[in-house]
Design a binder for this molecule. Sequence first.
Ligand SMILES: Cc1cc2nc3c(=O)[nH]c(=O)nc-3n(C[C@H](O)[C@H](O)[C@H](O)COP(=O)(O)OP(=O)(O)OC[C@H]3O[C@@H](n4cnc5c(N)ncnc54)[C@H](O)[C@@H]3O)c2cc1C
Length: 317
Amino acid sequence: MSLARNLVLKTSGLKPVEALVRKSFLFRPLVTRFIAGDTVEEALKESESILGNGPRITLDYLGENSHTEAEALASCATYATMLDKIDAVSAVTAWKGDQKGTEPLNISIKLTQCGLDQGSEFAEANYRKVVQKAAELNNFIRIDMESSAYTARTVEIVTRVHKEFPNTGTVLQSYMHRNDDDVQHVIDNKMRTRLVKGAYLEPSAVAYQEKSKVDEKYVEQSKKLLEFGTYPAIATQDEKIILELKKFVEEKGIDKSGFEFQMLLGIRRDLQSSLVQEGYNVRIYVPYGDQWYPYFTRRLAERPANALFMLKNMFKK
Ligand SMILES: Cc1cc2nc3c(=O)[nH]c(=O)nc-3n(C[C@H](O)[C@H](O)[C@H](O)COP(=O)(O)OP(=O)(O)OC[C@H]3O[C@@H](n4cnc5c(N)ncnc54)[C@H](O)[C@@H]3O)c2cc1C
């Protein structure tokens, strides 16, 4: 992975750097490009304007690693409120709910927000309640994938909850050495899965470091999911890869209704709308909340131009 990416991911974890980025006006335009606001109302307003143009949404209430059980319970209460508010959105009310994967607005959550650091059973119980509520509202809960310290537990927990509630699924990362096995696992268990390249700083013992290898695995694993998976989500802004996968789908005669492309808010809007125009299902990941800093730094690290902007401005007064 690139030097700039590693540098941004490492330095952004330092408390003085975080304080500087949070208070500097220089970063505001980038923050508002990637993040839909502090409140669920702001995020829903942004979502409704996106829905009007064709893509669907997955909402993310930003935050990771609850520090206490009380914090985890508060996050789960927020998820429940989000589900109720989503249920009142007109596009959701109008949705017939008859086509798998086409819910206009679902949510993506993190197991560490549900209390994974406080205990696996505690987090699983909290997550199960959120999924149960979503099932009652005919909605879907996606568990985002976090750093490698959580991968195995995330796959195990989601698999257990999915056996009870099919309206949940997770995310797999192509940079992980274990990912071929995980892709086979979600296919065998008919779990709806989003495939990403992976956004965390991981050691070579667990993850591929060369971008070319991560990309190669991404293409290979996407093809497997598209052919054999259950409504997979191909989540990337990589135009070259998207082009290759569109060709693959056409050659194999895979129906466009059987999968979706996913992209992040504020990145490659041109590509998002051209895919919609070509008749593909597209879902935009819309994050909101005041805990935006870790998410924001991962977005900066992904792109050399963003990373250089951050590194240059970090040292300005
Ligand atoms: C919907 C969605 C959900 C995700 N969920 C997770 C998750 O749960 N866990 C996880 O680890 N990762 C997640 N990610 C992040 C993912 O792992 C990658 O870090 C991220 O998508 C960038 O990789 P890429 O596939 O776009 O390819 P890259 O090779 O990084 O980028 C390809 C091209 O996309 C554009 N681009 C990419 N990122 C940016 C950016 N930040 N700013 C401007 N342009 C950019 C550039 O044109 C770049 O050349 C998610 C990504 C998406 C799209």
